[in-house]
Design a protein around this ligand. Structure first.
Ligand code: ACM
Ligand code: ZN
Length: 754
C-alpha cells in the first residue's frame, strides 16, 4: 500500500462526555419508523419465541443481552401458529415469514415485540432491537413503535488486512460481530501480502512455515528506517478459517478471501522462490510500500502453483467472489525476465500492462471454471478487463465508473473516504497514513457516482471500507480507527438516500458513544475534538479560529503574553509564539486535551498570495494562504494538512507585501521524502518587483539547509513590494527509486520574509 505522505500527530487524551440516552438512535436509520406513547419493559421473565429460521438470531441476542445488558432472557421454540403467537405476552417473537431479501417488520406493543421478515431480515430486526435499548441499565424500556426496513445496497462491506499485522481468531470474531451490529454483510479478509502469508495451504506448507513470519518490523512512519528487531508472525489453520466462516454465516455475513497476485507477493516468493522472475533471495518484507519483485508472469509453473492454492481456497470459502488482489504490481522484473518477455511475444502482448491483463484473465478463467467469480482492485483493468471480473476501485471512483459502463459489477472503496487507515482528526494521536477521512466524509459518501446513467447504477453492488493495518499493531487501535466511522459507513450503505441526513446523524452521536462505552469499545472522540483553523483576511491579519461541537463546554485560550481566558470564536494572532486552547466545563474541568499552535510572524504573514497553478486536490491545505499563515512544520513532525502538494507541476508564487518594504531575507520551506515520491525542487529562484509587472531575478542561488524539512534561503538588502518565487519540478522520478517513471511531488510549506 503506497501512501504519499505519513502523518505524525499530536496527543489527545480521552475525556468524558457525560451524555445520557434520549430518543431512539437506530444505526442505520430505517426506511420508516412510527413511534407511539408508552414502553414495553424487558425483564428476566421476557421470553424469546423463535422458529427454526431464527435460531441464529436468538443465539446472537440472548448472550449479547446477558453480556452487555445484564438480563437473561428465556427462549422457546414456536411453530408459527398465529393462535399461539397472538395470545402471548412479555415476549419477543422472531418469525421468518417472508422471502423478501434482508427485509424486516418490527412492532412493539404492550404485550410483545414482533420481528418478522426474511431469515436475514429477522437478524437485522434483532440488531434494531439492541439499538432501541437504553444505555443506562436501570430499566430496559423499549418504546411502542412500528418499523419497516430494508437495505439500499446488497453489498455492505468491511475489510481487514491481517498481513501487515496479524489478528487472532478471537478478534476476527469480534470484528465480525462489529459488522453484524451495523447490518453489514460482507467481510473482505486480506489474507496475504508482502509482509505475511496468513492462511494454511496444505499443498504448500512453506507458505506458512516461512511466509507467515518476518524477522522484524518497521517502527514509526514509513521511511523511518528504524526496526524493532523482533520476529513477528501468525497464521490461521484451515480448521480455524472454517470456524470463522461458520461464525460469519451465522451472522448473515459472507467472507471474501483475498489472495494477492501478481504483486504484493513477497511472502509467497520468500517461501517458494521459483515463483519469481529472479532467483532471489527473497524475504518476507519488514517495511511497508510497494516491492519491486512480483510473481513471474512468464512461467507456467506460477499459474499452476496459484491454481493449486485457489483450489484449496475455493474448497473452503463458500463466497461467490474470490478476491485476487491485482493492485500495485511493479513491472520492473518483468521487463528484464526472459520468461516474461517470451510470454509477451507468444501471446502478442504489447507491454507489461498487457502481461498483467493476461495474468489476471488466465486466473479468472480457472476460477470461473470452478463456478466462482473474481473480484480485484481496479488495476485489474490494465491491459483490458477480464471478461467476468468485478472491480473494487480504490484509486478514486474512475475505475468503478469505467467498469460499470462496461457492464461489470463494482464495489466502491475509494481511498477518500473509504480508507479507515486514514486519520479521522487533524488532532490524531498516533501514526496513520494517507490523509483525513472524517466521520462526516464517510457519512456523506454516496456509492452511486453522478456520472453514471440510471441503467448503469445496478452494477454498483455497494461499497466497502478498508482497514489496512500497517500502523495498527493491536486490536484496540483497530477499534479506534473503526469506531465511530463504522456507524457512518452503515448509514451510507443501508439507509435510503432520502433518509440520509448528517444533522440527524449528529444528534445520535451522544447515544452512539454511550452505547460504545457500555459495549466497552475503544472509539475515537475526534468528533468532539477542539479543532482549530488558521485564517487570513485581506488586511494582512491572521486569526486562530478554535471550535468544538461539544456544546457542554467553553473554550479557553492562552496567548504568548496573556493567561488563559474564555474566548468566543477567533483569536487574532498579533505576535509570534505559542497559543493554546482547551475545552472546559463550568467547574473548570477539562473536557478535551489542550491543543497548541506556534506562529512565526514575519513580513509575508497574512499577505495576499497567488499561485500560477492550484495545488493538487489531495494536498491542497487551506489553499495558497497556507504558505503565509505563520505556521511552520516542526522537524520530524510533518502534518500533511500544512503542505501544498504539486504533482509534476512547476509553480510560480507571487506575494504582495502591500507596500514597499526593506527586505533582509526570503525563506521557502519545502519537504523531501523520496519513499513517498516527494522530491526537492530542481530549481528555486527569487525575483523582486515594485509594480507587480517587471520582476528582477536575484542572481545568486538560494542556500539549501535541512535534511527532509528543507529551507531555501536568500539574503538580501533591497526594497520591494512584490516577491516572486519560481519553483521547478524534477519531472519524472528517476530509475531505481520508489515510483520511478511517475511524476514527482513537490511539497511546499511556509514562506518567510524578514
Ligand atoms: C490498495 O490499497 N493497494 C488496494
Ligand atoms: Zn518473469
Amino acid at each position: 500500500m503506497h501512501r504519499f505522505f505519513i502523518l505524525m500527530l499530536l496527543c489527545i487524551s480521552a475525556f468524558t462526555n457525560g451524555f445520557s440516552q434520549s430518543k431512539p438512535a437506530i444505526i442505520p436509520t430505517p426506511i420508516s419508523i412510527t413511534q407511539k406513547d408508552g414502553n414495553f419493559i424487558m425483564n428476566n421473565e421476557t421470553v424469546v419465541y423463535y422458529d427454526s429460521a431464527s435460531i441464529n438470531t436468538k443465539n446472537f441476542l440472548v448472550p449479547f443481552l446477558q453480556q452487555h445488558y445484564k438480563i437473561k432472557l428465556k427462549s422457546k421454540w414456536h411453530n408459527g401458529n398465529p393462535t399461539q403467537l397472538n395470545t402471548i405476552s412479555n415476549a419477543i417473537i422472531l418469525d421468518q415469514n417472508s422471502s423478501l431479501k434482508e427485509t424486516y417488520f418490527f412492532n412493539v406493543d404492550k404485550n410483545k415485540i414482533t420481528i418478522e421478515g426474511s431469515e436475514a431480515g429477522v437478524f437485522y430486526g434483532m440488531q434494531t432491537l439492541i439499538q432501541l435499548l437504553p444505555t443506562n441499565l436501570s430499566a430496559l424500556k423499549i418504546p411502542y413503535l412500528t418499523i419497516f426496513d430494508a437495505p439500499r445496497f446488497g453489498y455492505r462491506g468491511l475489510h481487514l488486512d491481517v498481513a501487515r499485522h496479524f489478528f487472532p481468531v478471537s478478534f476476527i470474531k469480534k470484528y465480525i460481530d462489529f459488522l453484524a451490529l451495523h447490518k453489514l454483510n460482507t467481510f473482505h479478509w486480506h489474507l496475504t501480502d508482502d509482509q505475511g502469508w496468513r492462511i494454511e495451504i496444505k499443498k504448500y506448507p512453506l507458505l506458512t512455515k516461512i511466509g507467515s513470519s518476518r524477522n522484524q518490523t518497521l517502527i514509526g512512519p514509513y521511511g523511518s528506517n528504524k526496526y524493532d528487531g523482533k520476529k513477528y508472525g501468525g497464521f490461521y489453520t484451515q480448521a480455524e478459517i472454517k470456524e470463522v466462516i461458520q461464525y460469519a454465516a451465522d451472522r448473515y455475513i459472507n467472507i471474501i478471501p483475498e489472495i494477492e497476485m501478481p504483486g504484493h507477493s513477497q511472502a509467497a516468493l520468500a517461501s517458494y522462490p521459483f515463483l519469481g522472475c529472479t532467483k532471489g533471495p527473497y524475504k518476507v518484507l519488514e517495511t511497508w510500500g510497494v516491492a519491486e519483485d512480483a510473481l513471474c508472469a512468464g512461467k507456467d509453473s506460477t499459474y499452476q502453483f496459484y491454481e493449486n492454492v485457489l483450489d484449496e481456497i475455493i474448497d473452503i470459502f463458500p463466497s461467490k467472489f474470490i478476491h485476487i488482489g491485482g493492485d500495485e504490481c511493479a513491472k520492473t522484473r518483468w521487463k528484464e525476465c526472459k520468461d516474461c518477455q517470451n510470454k509477451m511475444k507468444a501471446n502478442n502482448l504489447k507491454d507489461e500492462h498487457e502481461l498483467q491483463g493476461y495474468f489476471i484473465k488466465r486466473i479468472e478463467k480457472f476460477i470461473n471454471q470452478k463456478g466462482k467469480k473474481i473480484i480485484g482492485w481496479d488495476e485489474i483493468m490494465e491491459g483490458g478487463l477480464a471478461p467476468n471480473a468485478a472491480v473494487m476501485c480504490w484509486r478514486g471512483e474512475e475505475g468503478g465508473i469505467a467498469a460499470a459502463k462496461q457492464q461489470h459489477e463494482v464495489v466502491m472503496t475509494p481511498g477518500k473516504p473509504m480508507y479507515f487507515d486514514h486519520t479521522q482528526s487533524i488532532n490524531e494521536d498516533s501514526v496513520t497514513q494517507g490523509g483525513l477521512n472524517t466521520l462526516k466524509d464517510v457519512y456523506n459518501y454516496n456509492p452511486i457516482p453522478e456520472s453514471l446513467m440510471l441503467h448503469e447504477t445496478p452494477y454498483i453492488l455497494g461499497a466497502q471500507a478498508n482497514m489496512w493495518t500497517e500502523y495498527m499493531d493491536n486490536e484496540k487501535k483497530v477499534e479506534y480507527m473503526l469506531f465511530p466511522r463504522i456507524a457512518a459507513l452503515s448509514e451510507a450503505l443501508w439507509t435510503k438516500l432520502d433518509n440520509k441526513n448528517y444533522t440527524k446523524f449528529e444528534a445520535k452521536i451522544p447515544t452512539i458513544f454511550a452505547r460504545y462505552d457500555l459495549w466497552k469499545i475503544n472509539y475515537s472522540r475526534a468528533y468532539f475534538d477542539v479543532e482549530s483553523q488558521v485564517m487570513n483576511n485581506d488586511s494582512g491579519k491572521i486569526f486562530w479560529n478554535v471550535m468544538s461541537k461539544n456544546k457542554l463546554g467553553k473554550i479557553y485560550c492562552s496567548t504568548p503574553n496573556q493567561n488563559e481566558k474564555q474566548i468566543n470564536g477567533a483569536v487574532a494572532i498579533a505576535q509570534s509564539g505559542t497559543y493554546k486552547a482547551i475545552l472546559k466545563d463550568e467547574k473548570n474541568n477539562p473536557l478535551s486535551s489542550e491543543i497548541s499552535q506556534t506562529f512565526f510572524i514575519n513580513k509575508a504573514t497574512g499577505k495576499p498570495i497567488n499561485l500560477s497553478v492550484p495545488p493538487n486536490k489531495s494536498y491542497a491545505g487551506n489553499g495558497a494562504q497556507s504558505l503565509v499563515d505563520g505556521v511552520q512544520n516542526k522537524m520530524g513532525m510533518p502534518k500533511s494538512a500544512q503542505f501544498l502538494g504539486f504533482w509534476g507541476d512547476d509553480v510560480d508564487i507571487i506575494i504582495d507585501l502591500q507596500e514597499q518594504k526593506t527586505l533582509d531575507s526570503i525563506l521557502l520551506h519545502s519537504f523531501e521524502q523520496k519513499a513517498s515520491w516527494i522530491y526537492r525542487p530542481k530549481e528555486v529562484t527569487f525575483s523582486l518587483s515594485n509594480d507587480g509587472i517587471n520582476y528582477t531575478k536575484i542572481a545568486e542561488k538560494p542556500q539549501i539547509s535541512g535534511i527532509s524539512n528543507l529551507i531555501y534561503s536568500q539574503k538580501l538588502s533591497s526594497k520591494a513590494r512584490f516577491i516572486k518565487i519560481s519553483i521547478k519540478n524534477i519531472g519524472l522520478i528517476p530509475e531505481n527509486n520508489p515510483g520511478a517513471g511517475n511524476n514527482a511531488w513537490i511539497f511546499l510549506d511556509e514562506i518567510e520574509v524578514k
